[in-house]
Design a protein around this ligand. Structure first.
Ligand code: NAG
Ligand code: NAG
Ligand code: NAG
Ligand code: NAG
Ligand code: NAG
Length: 451
C-alpha cells in the first residue's frame, strides 16, 4: 500500500453542495449512504466512507459526511461532532485521485416507492404513484443524483418494479452511464423490489443469485459476485483482481416486536446463503458487503447478530462509533412512514480474515436473545420464563416437545407469534441443540440461564 497516501481534511462546515441536484422535499424517506473502499488487499483494511443524508424533519438539507481509511496513514477526519448528525465535507473525486490506487465506492439508497409515498396526511390512500408528474420528477432527481455520484456499486431498495416507465428510465440512464443493472421484484407482486447497479468500469459481474425469503414479508435479496476490473496491488510485485460479494436487501419493517425474529431470520438466511454459495463454488474467502435497509437500532438483535459474525458497519467505523448505547443513535438515515427518525441503512463489511463464530451458534444466541427479551417484556423473570417454557412437563426441565410448542404457538400473552414464521424444523432443532448443552435431551435451569 502506498505509504504516502493523504486525504485532505474536510472542513467542518455545514455544506450545501452547489453542483448536486437539490433534493428538498422530494425525499421524505431519504437515504443515501456511500462508502469508499480503497486498496482491496487480501483483507480490506483501508476504508473510506462518504455518506449523504438528508435530514428529514428539518429543511431536508443534504449533508455530506466523510470518514477515513483504516490501517493506512489516512487520518480519521471526523473529530468534532456536536450535533446528533455530524457535518463534514470532502470532495470525493479528489480523495480518490490522491490514493494512487483504484478506488471503489458503494451507495445504498431506499428510494421510497411511489406506491408507498403518501401525499396527504388526512387521506392515507392518496399515493404519489397516482400522479405521474410527481413520481417522475422525484425519480429523475434521484437518477441525476446517482449519475452525478457515479458510485461503482449502487444498491437501491423500494424500486418500483411494477411501473415500466420508471424501470425503463432507471435502466436506460444507468445503462448509458456504464452500469449493468439487475432488478428483483418482491414476491407476491408487491410492486416494489431491488435494483443493483454495478459500474462496468470497476467491476465485472461473475455471478449472481436471487434469494427469496418466502416469509410473510415478501422480502428478497440479491447476491452479486463481482471482480474488480482494475488490479489492486498487494505489494510491489503483485496485484490481484479482487473479488467481492455484494448483497442488496430490504428487511421487513418491524411493525411490532414479534417480527424481530423474522428479521433476524432473514439475515440468517442471507448469511447461510453466502456460506453455501462460497462453499459450492469453492471460493476463497473474500470481502462481503451487505447493503440495504436493515433494522436500525444498534440495540437490535440484527445489529448484534451481524457484529457477532464479523461484520462492521462502515458508517460507524468511519466515525469511530462504538457499539455502546451512547453511540446508538448518533446518525439518521430515514424518516419512516410513522414519522420516526431512525438510522436503518447500512453498508456492512466483512473482511475475510476476521475470525468469527460459527454461524449456527451466533444464530442460536441471537434467537434466544429475542425469546428471552420477549419473555422479559411481560415481566417474566428468568425463573418464571423457565417455568413458562417448561409448561406442564413433570420434571424440573424443558423438554424438546414443550420447547417446540412454545415456539410454535401463538401466545397472545407474550407475542412470540413471529416465531411461527420462517423457523424450520431443522432450525428449531439447531436451537435446541444449542440450548441442551450437555446433550441429555432436556434443558435444565442451569442450561437455560446461559443461553
Ligand atoms: C482500525 O485500525 C485500528 C488501529 O490500527 C485497529 O485497532 C482497528 O481494529 C481497525 N479497525 C478495523 C475495522 O479494521
Ligand atoms: C381518499 O383518496 C382516494 C383516492 O384518491 C379517494 O378515492 C377517496 O375518496 C378519498 N377519501 C376521502 C375521505 O377523501
Ligand atoms: C519483488 O521483486 C523483487 C525483484 O524481483 C524481489 O527482490 C522482492 O523480494 C520482491 N518482493 C516481494 C514482496 O515479493
Ligand atoms: C428492530 O429495531 C427495534 C427498534 O428499532 C428493536 O427493538 C428490535 O429488536 C430490532 N429487531 C431486530 C431483529 O433487530
Ligand atoms: C405489543 C403487541 O404487539 N401486542 C399484541 C400481542 O398479540 C395480541 C393478539 O395477537 C395483540 O392484540 C397485541 O396487540
Amino acid at each position: 500500500m502506498n505509504q504516502d497516501i493523504t486525504v485532505p481534511p474536510p472542513s467542518n462546515s455545514v455544506h450545501k453542495p452547489k453542483l448536486r441536484p437539490t433534493l428538498n422535499s422530494y425525499f421524505n424517506k431519504p437515504t443515501l449512504f456511500k462508502a469508499f473502499f480503497f486498496c482491496f488487499l487480501p483483507f480490506l483494511i483501508s476504508f473510506f466512507l462518504i455518506a449523504y443524508l438528508n435530514q428529514s424533519g428539518k429543511n431536508s438539507e443534504m449533508v455530506l459526511l466523510a470518514g477515513f481509511c483504516n490501517g493506512s496513514d489516512i487520518a480519521n477526519v471526523d473529530s468534532s461532532e456536536s450535533k446528533s448528525v455530524p457535518f463534514q465535507e470532502t470532495r470525493t473525486g479528489h480523495a480518490c485521485s490522491t490514493m494512487g490506487e483504484p478506488c471503489i465506492s458503494c451507495t445504498t439508497f431506499n428510494i421510497l416507492a411511489p406506491i408507498y409515498k403518501r401525499l396527504d396526511q388526512q387521506n392515507q390512500s392518496v399515493r404519489e404513484s397516482d400522479f405521474r408528474a410527481f413520481w417522475l420528477a422525484r425519480n429523475k432527481k434521484i437518477v441525476n443524483w446517482l449519475l452525478y455520484e457515479r458510485s461503482s456499486i449502487i444498491c437501491l431498495q423500494e424500486f418500483w418494479v411494477g411501473n415500466e416507465e420508471l424501470v425503463h428510465m432507471y435502466e436506460e440512464s444507468l445503462g448509458a452511464a456504464g452500469y449493468d443493472t439487475f432488478k428483483l421484484a418482491r414476491t407476491n407482486n408487491r410492486g416494489d423490489g431491488l435494483l443493483t447497479a454495478i459500474h462496468k468500469e470497476y467491476f465485472k459481474v461473475l455471478n449472481r443469485r436471487e434469494l427469496f425469503f418466502n416469509d410473510f414479508g415478501d422480502r428478497v435479496a440479491q447476491l452479486l459476485h463481482v471482480q474488480s476490473v482494475a488490479p489492486f496491488s498487494i505489494n510491489q510485485n503483485e496485484s490481484v483482481q479482487q473479488e467481492i460479494i455484494i448483497v442488496n436487501t430490504h428487511l421487513l419493517f418491524p411493525h411490532d416486536s414479534s417480527l424481530s425474529i423474522v428479521r433476524l431470520h432473514q439475515v440468517y438466511q442471507i448469511l447461510q446463503y453466502l456460506e453455501t454459495y462460497q462453499r459450492e463454488n469453492k471460493l476463497s474467502q473474500m470481502p462481503v458487503i451487505l447493503c440495504g435497509d436493515w433494522n436500525g437500532s444498534k440495540r437490535g438483535h440484527v445489529y448484534k447478530f451481524l457484529r457477532s459474525q464479523g461484520f462492521v458497519s462502515s458508517y460507524d467505523i468511519a466515525h469511530e462509533y462504538t457499539d455502546s448505547d451512547a453511540d446508538a443513535h448518533k446518525w439518521v438515515s430515514h424518516r419512516n412512514h410513522r414519522g420516526n427518525i431512525c438510522g436503518v441503512d447500512f453498508i456492512w463489511l466483512r473482511n475475510p480474515h476476521n475470525s468469527q463464530k460459527l454461524l449456527k451458534i451466533s444464530w442460536a444466541e441471537a434467537a434466544f436473545g429475542i425469546i428471552k427479551y420477549q419473555l422479559k417484556k411481560v415481566s417474566l423473570a428468568e425463573n418464571d420464563a423457565f417455568a413458562f417454557l417448561r409448561a406442564d412437563s413433570s420434571g424440573n426441565h424443558i423438554t424438546y416437545s414443550a420447547f417446540c410448542d412454545a415456539l410454535r404457538q401463538n401466545y397472545v400473552q407474550v407475542n412470540l407469534t413471529g416465531l411461527s414464521h420462517g423457523l424450520s424444523f431443522q432450525e428449531t432443532k439447531d436451537l435446541w441443540v444449542q440450548a441442551d448443552a450437555d446433550g441429555n435431551g432436556v434443558v435444565d435451569y442451569e442450561e437455560f440461564k446461559v443461553i
